[in-house]
Design a protein around this ligand. Structure first.
Ligand code: HEM
Length: 414
């Protein structure tokens, strides 16, 4: 038996294992306790160091010159193939990353987003109101009705994509991020071909939109990206397009799954739902707890640029590492009672949005989406329960909920 097999029959980067069994918290807990920097060699893809402790993810995230995001941000369970798409912001390293990030960073700060609150809140309200539109009591798939349309609508609006095209974005992102899930593959195509086709369509769409916004700039992200310059020179067209791409892809499935996972947490912890209903001021800490609890990003990879010793393990230059954020967010050394869901948890230093150089650019956007959706929905819930099994995405990247069937009774408004 090899070393990894001793830990479990759960394969840490195998999409099907996550679909069938959800997050492997017992495995991660054992790894944190017995071997937090663990050499995972039971794979058809490349072997990697499984990093499961909060402190180690912080150390690695803060050292972007030694632990690179390029060339491999996601660790595959299959033999590695060349990257399908040009690198986006999240796959490039300093010094280029630092320069590029500074170009757009300010646009995502809480202060810069404040004037947009009313619009984001309106989008969220319109979507959650859909649940009670026909009747106050009903059955629905929460993903389809709320958590899927919400992030795509907000992102499309921030980018400046016309409303009639929002569904196109939705479809393309499903087919790229969810490419490992057979449900999202184009008929007759494997995951790579399916993702490539979706990505090509997305690129073609944004090429046209960038040209339009360059001719007639507005106050949106595509207009901003299309005018970026470094040292007085416009950035290459491909870089403009990859800026669009990373916002569409990074902000979609992640927030969708935080929203669904949060709803599931409220269904399973109705005392916490009632507590929040009685204390609406707890919303910011509740949102933070939802993000910690769900930790929608399962892992991102790093590549060691040089030899390094961590907890007595010798990481060699060129070795791959996988940072398991959901494991860090249950680390007993950091969180009191980590396996309990508390809407008033404080402090809550989770790493669901990453750490350091690549810290999630859209963290505040995600928080606003969750806050506004829950603000308009949770106070209205009289009764809510699961109405069937939770259907999970085949992915070792995003811990996705494909379907969350609910049965609910809402308080009447107005
Ligand atoms: C709950 C929702 C979200 C979660 C859990 C999440 C998680 C993350 C994580 C863990 C990283 C760090 C990557 C690394 O260290 O390599 C990241 C980066 C990033 N996220 Fe998010 N994200 C969320 C929502 C969003 C949204 C809504 C947007 C866009 C509006 C967004 C845009 C980005 C971008 C552009 C990066 C790359 C930043 C860089 O490389 O400098 N994310 N995200």
């Amino acid at each position: 038996m090899n070393d990894s097999a001793k830990f479990s029959d759960f394969h840490l980067v195998h999409p099907q294992h996550y679909a069938a069994r959800g997050y492997p918290h017992p495995v991660w807990t054992r790894l944190r306790r017995d071997d937090p920097v663990h050499w995972w060699d039971r794979t058809d893809g490349i072997p990697f160091w499984a990093i499961t402790k909060h402190a180690d993810i912080v150390t690695i995230g803060r050292d972007p010159e030694r632990f690179l995001n390029g060339p491999r941000l996601v660790i595959d369970h299959e033999p590695e193939q060349p990257n399908l798409f040009p690198p986006t912001l999240i796959q490039i390293d300093p010094p280029k990353h630092t320069i590029y990030r500074k170009l757009i960073n300010k646009r995502f700060t809480p202060g810069r987003l404040r004037p947009l609150h009313a619009d984001i809140e309106n989008i969220a309200k319109e979507i959650v109101d859909g649940l009670g539109r026909d009747s106050d009591e009903g059955r629905a798939d929460f993903v389809e009705k709320v958590s899927a349309p919400l992030p795509i609508a907000v992102i499309a609006w921030l980018l400046g994509v016309p409303r009639e095209d929002w569904n196109l974005l939705f479809d393309w992102t499903n087919r790229t991020i969810g490419a490992t899930d057979p449900e999202f593959q184009t008929e007759g195509q494997d995951s790579r071909a399916s993702a490539l086709q979706a990505m090509t369509e997305l690129f073609e769409y944004f090429t046209r939109l960038v040209a339009k916004k360059r001719a007639q700039p507005e106050d949106d992200l595509v207009s901003l990206f299309s005018q970026l310059e470094v040292d007085g020179e416009p950035i290459p067209e491909m870089d403009v397009l990859t800026f669009c791409l990373i916002i569409v892809v990074a902000g979609n499935e992640t927030t969708r799954n935080a929203t669904s996972g949060g709803m599931l947490a409220f269904i399973e912890h109705q005392d916490q739902l009632r507590k929040l209903q009685q204390n609406p001021g707890l919303m910011p800490s509740a949102v933070e707890e939802v993000v910690r609890w769900t930790s929608p990003l399962i892992h991102f990879g790093r590549t060691a640029a040089e030899d390094y010793e961590l907890r007595g393990k010798r990481i060699k230059a060129g070795d791959a590492l996988a940072l398991f954020y959901p494991s860090a967010n249950r680390d007993e050394e950091v969180f009191e009672d980590p396996f309990s869901f508390h809407v008033d948890r404080s402090p809550n230093n989770h790493v669901a949005f990453g750490v350091g150089e690549h810290y999630c650019l859209g963290a505040h956007v995600a928080r606003l989406e969750l806050e506004f959706a829950y603000k308009h929905l949770l106070p209205r819930i009289e009764e809510i329960e699961l109405d069937g099994p939770v259907d999970r995405l085949h992915s070792a990247l995003v811990g996705g909920v494909k379907r969350l069937p609910i049965h609910y009774k809402l308080k009447r408004v107005g």
